[in-house]
Design a protein around this ligand. Sequence first.
Ligand SMILES: Nc1ncnc2c1ncn2[C@@H]1O[C@H](COP(=O)(O)OP(=O)(O)O)[C@@H](O)[C@H]1O
Ligand SMILES: [Mg+2]
Length: 333
Amino acid sequence: MEKILEVKDLHVTFTTYGGTVQAVRGVDFHLNKGETLAIVGESGCGKSVTSNAIMGLIPNPPGKISGGKILFKGKDLTKLQEKKMRSIRGVDISMIFQDPMTALNPTLTIGTQLMEGLKQHRKVSDKEAKKRALEMMDLVGIPNPEERMKQYPHQFSGGMRQRIVIAIALICEPELLIADEPTTALDVTIQAQILELFEKIQEVTGVSIILITHDLGVVAKIADRIAVMYAGKIIETGTKREIFYKPQHPYTRGLLNSVPRLDAKGKLKPIDGTPPDLFSPPKGCPFTARCPMAMEVCNKIYPGSTTLSDSHSVDCWLQDERAKQLLATMVTN
Ligand SMILES: Nc1ncnc2c1ncn2[C@@H]1O[C@H](COP(=O)(O)OP(=O)(O)O)[C@@H](O)[C@H]1O
Ligand SMILES: [Mg+2]
């Protein structure tokens, strides 16, 4: 399978008056062509910083990519000049941002905003740009596109605005789409419609998608693979089946217990406590303080990655043979 994106040992820091925030602390993942990878984790764990790093949008200062590589079709984006990055952003890689209110300009018509990117990056006539904008509005399910193009953002509902934002992100036919919490601000019915729209768009255009969310429920339908992020690290990654049916990290299990599921037997149980402060993250596993299975070693040394299948790996001391032996003796005694 062709890998469209490979993130290797990515580190991002922010220098503030209070000290240095280690927002992303050695993140590794890849995205195959045409698939949807979900990055899931509680608020503050580094999801948006990771996606902004891929887009070349870490404000420097205070931010800095302090290590690692971001390979897009084999080319390291962290090495590119801003000018080159600008020609990739919105064209080869598009992003839908977390905040839907700031995504559209209230002073410009929807049509103008749709055609803007196209005119900027592709040599197209006004007529072609309009034709393409109408096609995109049709693709994302906006009725009466001819009239709707002349209207302003405030004349659209929240769900329709998000459809427009998606159309803008796709109009230059990017190969990679990063959607950062694209449905968080929408109510549940509209959320489901937007997720269906992502599926349809992938079928029609073949675009590879990174879907970022704090809600595992959102990814259940559309993700192929899931990466679980905690305190600036990816602590478990696997196919959707592996994560939902064979989760190994106590944090992944905690997340699964805290989302409503059709097959849920027990009650919803939020994870106690809060993620650690990233000014001085723990030396060992950052989940130790909240982990019901924590051992002595967890607090002191970060666990190595254990490979469970071609697609499934987890960073947890419980997977270590020595820990398994210790647990076995504890059960027999
Ligand atoms: N511009 C910034 N300056 C300082 N700290 C930042 C900045 N942006 C993000 N951070 C910090 O980086 C960490 C990760 O944030 P973020 O990626 O936004 O989390 P998530 O998207 O998973 O909720 C947080 O601790 C956050 O406070
Ligand atoms: Mg975020």
